[in-house]
Design a protein around this ligand. Structure first.
Ligand code: ADP
Length: 471
């Protein structure tokens, strides 16, 4: 239990960011202190070498100009202030015999007399040597002087090494402090950055408990978090719209199913319990049952058709449909209806044949639905025009009528399933015709628009991409 909560803690973005901040700050501080340490070591070494070089030259001058006795006095003077365990000076003749030397008891066998045969006259060498029996090193300068002798000056590096040791310990402590403060700082920064994400999560959880009204409040953690919150809120708004639409559709279906089913049930009840009826009465009742059932089945079929067209599982859009010919054939069918209703019906098709990639039965259904409505809502004496034209790379089908028009408040909703304008309640219909048209148009990658002058005219415009038929 404990280990699983620990492992889930290490899976959080906050803990990972904290770890990364801490590691980054530690690496940066290690690099910083490392570079300083290198620079310090180098500058100490340079200073030490300069001191040794100056010292050896001074001794050499004294030896040559004033002789060995003066050199001895100078050495005694030097060694008095430095101490024999911190510095040594000695002069050897060409055979390696020591002519002058300070007390070498602290220096043991460091660089034995007679060594450095490799040096030629005037050559000078400075090297770091381990002090015998001690943990410190020493820096030793050797020079072959005129006459073949060797002048040597050694200085302990104890002070420099102790200084560096103190520096290293201080740096290690500073790195530890940086590691801890980097972790704490990282933790606060990560918590702050993740606060917005947690707000989105809290809202998502509350929505999981069936609350579609909640929205993620926008904060000041940064634009990315606000963009995430905004995208989430937009998505919620769309989901709420879809759910509301779904509820409306369900209500409509329930309502539209109830009346015919109640009628069918009433007839069945009369047949079972009512007085004896004549054969004609029974036939009439059966006709009503068939008629209501057909209406129900028709409605269900249209709904299924719309759902399948929207989902793209209808017959594939795979043939080149001659839409010019399709519209001309429609003219023949609807001309008879127009004469019956006393409405003028005109069809305009350009001479050049236009083709769209599509599904013929669906396109037929699209045009019939639009014309059905036009005839339904246009009283005698009015006129209806169906026209086809080519616009750039598109075929444009326009159905215009001089009917009852569409009220401004109905216009944006006429393509919704089951939506029926107030003025059309008295005409037959189920509010599915235009949503079917819209589903077909979208399945053909087209677009549909409607314009209307209320109480006067309506114009439906369908735009479909043209295709060039093969062969
Ligand atoms: P239905 O025609 O069965 O009512 P539709 O989906 O075909 O359903 O149309 C939805 C609504 O759009 C209609 O109820 C009507 O109010 C309005 N409408 C559609 N076409 C026209 C038209 N040509 N003239 C006036 N109103 C129309």
């Amino acid at each position: 239990m404990c280990s699983s909560s620990a492992s889930s803690f290490f899976k959080t973005v906050t803990s990972r960011l904290t770890l990364r901040y801490a590691i980054l700050i530690t690496l940066v501080s290690v690099a910083f202190f490392g570079i300083i340490s290198l620079a310090l070591t180098k500058s100490l070494a340079i200073r030490m070498d300069e001191d040794l070089t100056n010292e050896i030259r001074e001794m050499e001058t004294i030896y040559h100009v004033r002789g060995i006795e003066e050199l001895r006095r100078q050495i005694d003077f030097e060694i008095e202030s430095e101490g024999t365990n911190r510095m040594f000076i000695r002069v050897m003749d060409p055979r390696g015999e020591v002519l002058v030397t300070t007390d070498m008891s602290s220096w043991g066998s460091i660089h034995p007399p007679g060594g450095r045969e490799d040096l030629r006259e005037g050559d000078e060498v400075i090297e770091t040597l381990q002090m015998p029996g001690k943990s410190n090193n020493a820096r030793v300068a050797s020079k072959r002087i005129a006459g073949g002798g060797i002048l040597q000056i050694g200085s302990t590096l104890q002070d420099d090494e102790e200084l560096m040791e103190v520096y290293r310990e201080g740096s290690a402590l500073a790195v530890m402090i940086m590691l801890v403060s980097g972790g704490v700082m990282g933790w606060f920064m990560a918590r702050r950055a993740m606060a917005g994400v947690e707000r989105v999560t809290r809202t998502a959880v509350s929505i999981g408990k069936a609350d579609l009204v909640s929205r993620v409040p926008l904060g000041n953690e940064g634009e990315e978090i606000n963009n995430l919150a905004q995208a989430f809120n937009d998505m919620l708004e769309r989901i709420r719209g879809v759910v509301t639409e779904l509820k409306d559709v369900t209500n409509h279906i329930a309502h539209d199913l109830r009346s015919p089913l109640t009628r069918i049930r009433g007839i069945a009840e009369t047949t079972m319990t009512g007085r004896q009826q004549t054969v004609d009465d029974y036939r009439e009742m059966a006709e009503i049952v068939v008629e209501e059932s057909d209406r129900l089945v028709g409605m269900i079929n249209v709904m299924l058709d719309i759902a399948m067209t929207e989902a793209g599982v209808q017959d594939a859009i795979k043939e080149d449909v001659n839409i010019s010919r399709l519209i001309e054939s429609t003219e023949e069918i609807f001309q008879a209806i127009a004469e019956d209703k006393g409405v003028a019906f005109q069809v305009n098709v350009p001479r050049e044949r236009l083709f769209v990639r599509g599904n013929l039965p669906q396109l037929q259904r699209m045009i019939s639905n639009l014309l059905d409505n036009a005839f339904k809502f246009t009283p005698a004496g009015g006129s209806i025009t169906l026209s086809l034209e080519e616009r750039d790379t598109h075929a444009v089908v326009v159905v215009a009528d001089t009917g009852i028009g569409i009220a401004d408040q109905d216009l944006p909703r006429v393509f919704e399933q089951f939506y029926r304008g107030d003025r059309s309640r008295t005409t037959p219909g189920n509010g599915l015709g235009l949503s079917h048209v819209k589903a077909i148009v979208h399945a053909h990658k087209g677009d549909i628009r409607v314009e209307s002058t209320p109480a006067q005219a309506s114009v439906f415009t369908v735009i479909l991409p043209l295709t060039v038929p093969v062969g």
